[in-house]
Each structure stands twice: as C-alpha cells, then as structure tokens.
Design a protein around this ligand. Structure first.
Ligand SMILES: [Zn+2]
Length: 189
C-alpha cells in the first residue's frame, strides 16, 4: 500500500477551517497500472496531478486535474500507440462519511487514489483508435490498409477517402467557416 502514498494529500491545515483553500501540483510515476483493456495508463508512466483542496463544512472538497499518457492498442489496425490523456474529477472527502459518501478524511490526509483511479478507468476508451480515420485491416489479406505499411502511399488510399478529402477541400474553400468541431482524441471530462 505504501507505494500508493503518492496519491495522498495532506489536509492538516484545512481541517475544520471552512473557506480555506490550497492549490498544489506535482508529478510522479504511476505506481500501479490503471485500466484492464486495450487502453491503459501503465505503471511507471509520468502523471501530473493538479489539485485544489477546499475546506467546506462537511469535509474537504477536492478538484483535480490529471495529465498523463495513455498507451493503447488500436481497435482497428491493432497497432500500439501512446497519446496524451487528461481528465478532471471532483470529490468530497467527508469528516463523517456515510454510505453515500464513500470517501472520508483520514486523520491529516485524504487518499485521492480510489476516485482518481475510478475517473481514469471510466474515461479510458473502450475501443481506442490510433487516429480518427484509421482504415483498419484489410478483411481479406489481414494486412494493414494503412499507407504507411508497404506499397506507395498514394495508391494505397481507399478511393472513398480520396473522395472525402476532395469534399473537405471544397467545403473549406466554399465557406469561411473555421474548422470547428474537429478535436478528436482521448481528452475527456
Ligand atoms: Zn489504427
């Protein structure tokens, strides 16, 4: 258990002082991997934790931002890849936790590991893709359709993608609308 002490926050100077607030930031190596499926945060990966601890009447309210790197296997082409991963979560650590308030203040600290782990695992994609337009494997040959693997890049592109690319270019020149709504990636809330 001692390894997971990295997730503990000392709150001695906040306990029973409603209105007090602290902000802290630190960086450490993940002691134990998070995630069991295609996408994981492996042990040893660097994680940046920005926390805001607010003393409220019921306990300590924690708002946290987690930034790390997700390692995953693409659900389409089976390629392994790594990509930035960020989440936020908020949790109330109560002085007198009830069944509804699962987490409590333990003496002079709160343990962020359970809620952090829950939030991360929930946000990890169930079907990760190496990129939004990954064409996947050819159903007949089992080979990558990807232009990067074998063959000349130009001729390996599926004709449907070529048509789409042309459409996007036309749309962009016809309208002055900026490329909005195109923010793919695992960043979630
Ligand atoms: Zn892929």
């Amino acid at each position: 258990m001692s390894e997971t002490r990295v997730y503990e926050e000392h709150v001695r100077d906040l306990v029973n002082r409603p209105g007090e607030m602290r902000e802290r930031s630190r960086r450490f190596s993940v002691p134990e991997k998070m995630g069991e499926a295609l996408a994981q945060i492996p042990a040893g990966e660097e994680l940046t934790l920005d926390v805001r601890l607010e003393s409220v009447h019921e306990g300590i309210l924690v708002s946290a931002e987690v930034s790390t790197t997700m390692h995953a296997e693409c659900g389409r082409c089976l390629k392994e890849f790594a990509t930035p991963f960020q989440i936020e979560f908020q949790e109330l650590f109560a002085y007198t936790p009830t069944e509804a308030d699962e987490y409590g203040v333990h003496g002079d600290h709160v343990d962020l590991e359970p809620p952090l782990r829950d939030a991360v695992v929930l946000a990890l994609p169930f079907q990760p893709v190496c990129r939004p337009d990954c064409p996947g494997l050819d159903p007949e040959s089992g080979e990558l359709r990807d232009a990067e693997v074998g063959g000349s890049p130009a001729t390996d592109i599926d004709p449907r993608w070529v048509a789409l690319a042309g459409f996007q270019t036309n749309a962009a020149t016809a309208q002055d609308e900026p490329g909005s709504g195109e923010t793919p990636g695992p960043v979630s809330k």
